[in-house]
Design a protein. Structure first.
Lengths: 397, 292
């Protein structure tokens, strides 16, 4: 029985390898259609094949579908403009960082993907980026924020901020908009996300002259009581509270500060996103809370509004930050391809090498940031966008 | 003033620990077992009172009473299914079972109510401002301290003055002899669990009023801290649990305020180790000598 199985597997492998060898000439028609976004019929002959992968099923499906939906909108817009044409296929990786991520990537490569606008999640991204690095495939992740995803890989770039970069962004924003604020930081020191943002925040604050008057920590074990930290912050004269933490402990902090009659301006990062959806949470407590998020569906610029309207029309819901990242990803790839003068008949490797050269030189205006530029390491640099909560919704301040 | 504010924080937090520790110590003192699921019964109590108040729109008092009833039944059921069959088993087996029950409750809550946190509406709202608003004490803290004292006095009177309490103390001293004296040991222990679980429901409502993010893991850490408090005060001793809880809270708050927020837990546990080195039975624990 085992021998038969081994033989069958060997045969399958031989065919699979053969298919890999001839991938660029393999017709797209042999591929199963992608789960979410059916490739548009009759793409122009000279179209770049861009692929993306993310969780389209399972617990994180909300993120994957948002990105794929937004990429489809962006691809349609680009194609309607004339000029560069795109053909798009998406694959489901269930946010898995093992086999499923690699399989999804291999499916895309078999289809003839030339540029990857993925992955959606950091976990699968780290796996796929390593593979793409060996294959020399260019990848631009919309929302994989982990530093490990781009570390030591010249082919991987990000649309979103890396986690620690949010600290720099927050300090810059405070320096610019709240000059003279006395800042207290309360962070979770047993969490890499929170600690990382705090470290870069404090370093940047020192450079930009933002005064940090108090720093308090908590751990997962002590996340029930913040009254001591709040008393100390109040005593230190802090009028600004920087919270690089998730929204669950932030809700406790807001409640306890309110009970103490302490009302500093609260500033959070993307972990604060979600506080308004906390069941039974009194949103009045979050009134006036600032948070650093790359995208606000309420922003009043014409491009954001057009995107939000189109997304709502097609999918019946308001796009989130992930969707915006995916949308921008397509336009960044377009800008890079134009700058590098790539043509659709180039191989994925040629395109990869060309794009690596131009990425640090281009600047793109998107709905998640104006004037985005990239370091050769793959990190994005863009002006932080902050929103403030007013009457229970995010508005741009 | 800063010192007073820290002290108030410490006492508020400590009274939460104390009220949970009372449940631990009650069960330990009588059934001689560590009910590690106690923290999770607290979490269930929090959820029941949350759902009753928010989804059914019941008044706060009624929803807490409902939570007490549900938790009492839950406590009796847990005892009957998980602990009673192990009455003569080694205490380590019972301990492991208790940890198992703890995980069972946490994961059941995760299945039923999901991982998304809920925001608990405090049972009493508002804050008392003293000294021109320099010192503020929330009514929840005052209520917790008051509840704590009432429960401590009530439990002490119950175990010392009533017939049932006497039976409990008898079981605590010697189960075999108590049975020979005509005491229904099983029923006495079930009653202990019922009381402990009813207290857990009250503790749940107060804990969630103090720290309003309700999740399936809400009870776990305060449970462990309260267990520490119970050991600190002398496990099995009812006033000891109260004293241990308050002291633990105050030490934690002062360490956070004056030394370091990062070191506060280390300091709390260092103090615990020193106390146990000096008084192995805890602050108010009785050092009983076993006859050989």
């Amino acid at each position: 029985m085992k021998k038969v199985l081994a033989f069958v597997l060997a045969v399958v492998m031989v065919f699979a390898l053969a298919a890999c060898g001839g991938s660029s000439s393999a017709p797209a028609a042999t591929q199963a259609p992608a789960a979410a976004a059916p490739a548009d019929a009759a793409p122009a002959a000279g179209a770049f094949k861009i692929g993306s992968q993310g969780p389209l099923t399972g617990g994180a499906a909300i993120y994957g579908t948002a990105v794929m939906n937004a990429i489809q909108i962006a691809v349609d817009e680009v194609n309607a403009m004339g000029g560069i044409q795109f053909e798009f296929q998406s694959q489901d990786d269930e946010a898995d960082s093992g086999d499923k991520a690699v399989n999804a990537y291999n499916n895309l490569m078999d289809w003839g993907m030339q540029v990857m606008v993925g992955t959606v999640t950091s976990g699968s991204g780290i796996t796929v980026a390593a593979q793409a690095y060996q294959d020399r495939t260019f990848m631009l992740t919309p929302s994989g924020s982990s530093v490990d995803l781009i570390a030591d890989k010249d082919n991987a770039f990000q649309v979103c901020f890396t986690d620690p970069n949010q600290g720099v962004g927050s300090a810059d924003y405070l320096a610019e908009n709240f000059a003279g604020a006395k800042v207290a930081v309360i962070y979770r020191n047993d969490d890499a996300y929170s600690q990382g943002i705090r470290d870069t925040f404090v370093a940047e604050a020192a450079v930009k002259g933002v005064e940090v008057v108090y720093e308090g920590t908590f751990t997962n074990d002590t996340a029930t009581d913040f009254t001591v930290q709040l008393t100390a912050a109040k005593d230190a004269g802090a009028d600004m509270l920087f919270l690089p933490i998730y929204y669950q402990p932030a809700a406790v902090i807001l409640t306890q500060a309110n009970q103490m009659g302490y009302a500093p301006t609260v500033f959070g990062v993307d972990g604060m996103d979600g506080i308004l959806t906390l069941e039974n949470f009194d949103t009045a407590l979050a009134e006036g809370v600032y948070l650093l998020t790359p995208f606000s569906a309420d922003a009043d610029d014409a491009r954001t509004q057009a995107f939000v309207a189109e997304y709502e029309k097609r999918y019946g819901e308001t796009p989130n930050q992930f969707a915006a990242d995916g949308y921008d990803g397509v336009f960044i790839v377009k800008a890079a391809l134009e700058a590098a003068g790539c043509t659709p008949d180039m191989s994925s490797t040629e395109i990869c090498e060309a794009l690596i050269q131009v990425m640090p030189t281009i600047s793109v205006d998107g709905i998640t940031g104006e004037g985005m530029t990239w370091a050769a390491t793959g990190e994005v640099s863009k002006a932080p966008m902050a929103v403030v909560i007013k009457d229970g919704v995010y508005v741009t301040p | 003033m800063k010192f007073l504010a820290y002290l108030v924080s410490g006492i508020s937090l400590g009274s939460i620990y104390a009220i949970i520790a009372l449940g631990y110590t009650m069960v330990y003192g009588i059934a001689k077992m560590l009910n590690f699921a106690h923290g999770d019964v607290i979490m269930i109590g929090g959820y029941i009172s949350f759902l009753a108040a928010t989804n059914l729109g019941l008044p706060t008092l009624v929803s807490v009473l409902l939570a007490m009833v549900v938790c009492t039944v839950l406590g009796i059921v847990i005892e009957a299914l998980a602990y009673k069959p192990l009455r003569s088993a080694p205490s380590l087996a019972v301990l492991i079972t208790a940890i198992g029950v703890s995980y069972l409750l946490q994961n059941a809550a995760l299945l039923i109510w999901g991982a998304n946190p809920k925001s608990y509406t405090p049972v009493v709202e508002g804050t008392l401002h003293l000294f021109d608003g320099q010192l503020s004490v929330s009514y929840v803290s005052l209520l917790t301290v008051a509840c704590c004292i009432v429960i401590m006095v009530g439990l002490t009177l119950f175990t010392n003055r009533t017939k049932m309490g006497k039976a409990m103390r008898a079981c605590s001293e010697d189960k075999g002899a108590a049975q020979l004296m005509g005491i229904n040991v099983n029923r006495t222990i079930s009653l202990t669990f019922a009381i402990g679980s009813a207290l857990a429901a009250i503790a749940g409502a107060l804990l969630c009023s103090f720290s309003p993010t309700l999740m399936p893991t809400t009870g776990a850490m305060p449970g462990i801290k309260a267990f520490t408090a119970a050991v600190f005060g002398g496990i099995g001793s009812i006033p000891g649990a109260f004293l241990g809880g308050i002291l633990l809270g105050v030490i934690e708050a002062l360490a956070k305020g004056y030394i370091s927020t990062q070191l506060s837990n280390s300091i709390v546990f260092a103090v615990l180790i020193i106390i146990l080195l000096v008084r192995p039975a805890g602050l108010l624990g009785k050092n009983t000598q076993e006859k050989v």
